[in-house]
Design a binder for this molecule. Sequence first.
Ligand code: UD2
Length: 351
Amino acid sequence: MINVKSLTAVLVSALILGVLYLCNSLSYSRTSPQQNITPNNITPKNRLSADVNAMSNEVHLVAPDHLQYEQPSIVQGRTDVVTVTPWMAPIVWEGIFNPVLLDGIYKPKNITIIATVFAVGNYIRFLKKFLETAEQHFFVGFKVHIYVFTDRPNEVPQVTMASGRQLMVRLVPSSKRWQEISARRMELIQILIEEQLPNNRNYIFCLDVDSEFHGRWGSESLGGLVAVTHPGYYRDARSNFPYERRPSSRAYIAPGEGDFYYCGGAFGGLLQEVHQLAKTCRHNFEADAKEDIEAAWQEESHLNRYMWINKPSKVLSPEYLWQDFKPRNPEIHIVRFSGVVKNYAEIRPNP
Ligand code: UD2
């Protein structure tokens, strides 16, 4: 026999549960724009907004809605090169990424790619080709803001830029020493990020001007901290890298230490990361200078030490900074960006 007390308790509990369920459904229907979707009517064009996490940070990659792209494989691909560092950062080579998929992921994030380029003194002559080829190959279809630092603003060439792409010119002093021009870039990049660029999740690449783009440089290169392996040393033993070898310098790396030899002519990443890099390299360069030490390859030496300690989250192969005078090695399937052949005696302010 059911006792009346238990029956009442069961009925009251059922009533409370019913009310809670109703409230829950009502609140869901108020906040969800897709209230009528049932599992049967989720068509390819009709996915639940709850499926997509709108966080726009760099590690969270949202698949483009039903974009068709080649099936990826984990057993087939490049076997002639290493595509991941020992600290598990990708090493980017032609053939390991899908540009259509990557652009589909990064374009909706509405990011701006900032590029800095220095054209001081005679190096202004390289700017036109740099800018023209950037239009053809560098983050095509993205918002791109190029900052040109020069002492000759009147000689900045007019280059037609696609919509969403802009050129900004910053005046900098000239110098009698090329080493100073090259090294001071860290200071000026640090100041640019602090003063001109809002603290957001945009990306920046800092590039040598005496270079041209020849192939795609795009969203596959995005990462927190991005370094490019130097074309001259990527096959060498680290004992042969031209790291700074004097322990008295803050750029010192001992023989038997270090990972790769990275270029000073191309690096980048998220603004906050590059700010930290530029600030540290500038500080160490200036502290060395007070003790009358200039690292073997100026800011490039300091960058190499920084990147050894603070591992880049993405490493770009030498496709991303080749040198025109070098014959292509077989693993280089494409040259995307390359330093032009130049006559140092003719263009530099000092030997
Ligand atoms: C290497 C690096 C460079 C830098 C340098 C050491 C590469 C490909 N290049 O190149 O980035 O680390 O070693 O200091 O990794 N500049 C001027 N006016 C000048 C001199 C230099 O604007 O009178 C700027 C310009 O943007 C140029 C950059 O500084 O591209 C580097 O100078 P460089 O190209 O003469 O240095 P280089 O060839 O020794």
